[in-house]
Design a protein around this ligand. Sequence first.
Ligand SMILES: Nc1ncnc2c1ncn2[C@@H]1O[C@H](COP(=O)(O)OP(=O)(O)O)[C@@H](O)[C@H]1O
Ligand SMILES: [Mg+2]
Length: 253
Amino acid sequence: MENAIEVKGLRKSFKDTEVLKGVDFEVRQGEIFALLGSNGAGKTTTVNILSTLMKSDEGTIQVCGFDVSRQPGKVREHISLTGQFAAVDEVLTGRENILLIAKLRSVPKPAQVADELLKRFGLTEAGNKRAGTYSGGMKRRLDIAMSLVGAPAVTFLDEPTTGLDPEGRLEVWKTVKELAGSGVTVLLTTQYLDEAEQLADRIAILNEGKIIANGTLEELKKMFPPAKRECIEKQPTLEEIFLAIIGKGGQIK
Ligand SMILES: Nc1ncnc2c1ncn2[C@@H]1O[C@H](COP(=O)(O)OP(=O)(O)O)[C@@H](O)[C@H]1O
Ligand SMILES: [Mg+2]
């Protein structure tokens, strides 16, 4: 099986409003795929349908070779979902949050799983502190770590950096790259071009209910050449300046 996700003719309406009007795309195994769209484009709706939380009106969708409407249980065994809003329990410590999920999922050796995930996400030191004291980036990282309990093959990250400060965004970007490096297929949604540019192997743009462009960054750049060339001295963006000041500048890789 080459594709981790296959979506064909996906349609979804809420009352009279058709949000998804025939969406098609494929995600290959092991890649980071970005679904890019502005607020209200239907990104969360798509993720909810692909992760079996919501039913489509029409279309065939396969995740890890299983049909989301006919084999939702099988799909759930192979995926994880990190929603748009961090799902960590702020009263519990980071470690307890992971332990909770590990026990709910009945994975063997929950304590070892928790320690490994904390380490992998740079949270070992913070592991015994309440999640409520974490920065936005740390909470997101914990949220992603929690979603990886049970080693899913495909993970859905719905707007993983919305609401984070620039430092937190960089932390999460690094985490997502490491995730993909470990062989997990990642479908993430974002409203930020730079996020898709930084992270994604392939990008699909969702607009007015349809995928209007789909390809690698290079392919998309060829489809939308710059309208005109300007010769100007490039000024650093405010974000670059901010990151330079706090000592976290530079490209992540
Ligand atoms: N449960 C729902 N009931 C009615 N309308 C909804 C529901 N969920 C989403 N919508 C509408 O569908 C559209 C797409 O929403 P959503 O998928 O959340 O977009 P995005 O995640 O891209 O911001 C929006 O106009 C939203 O108001
Ligand atoms: Mg959304």
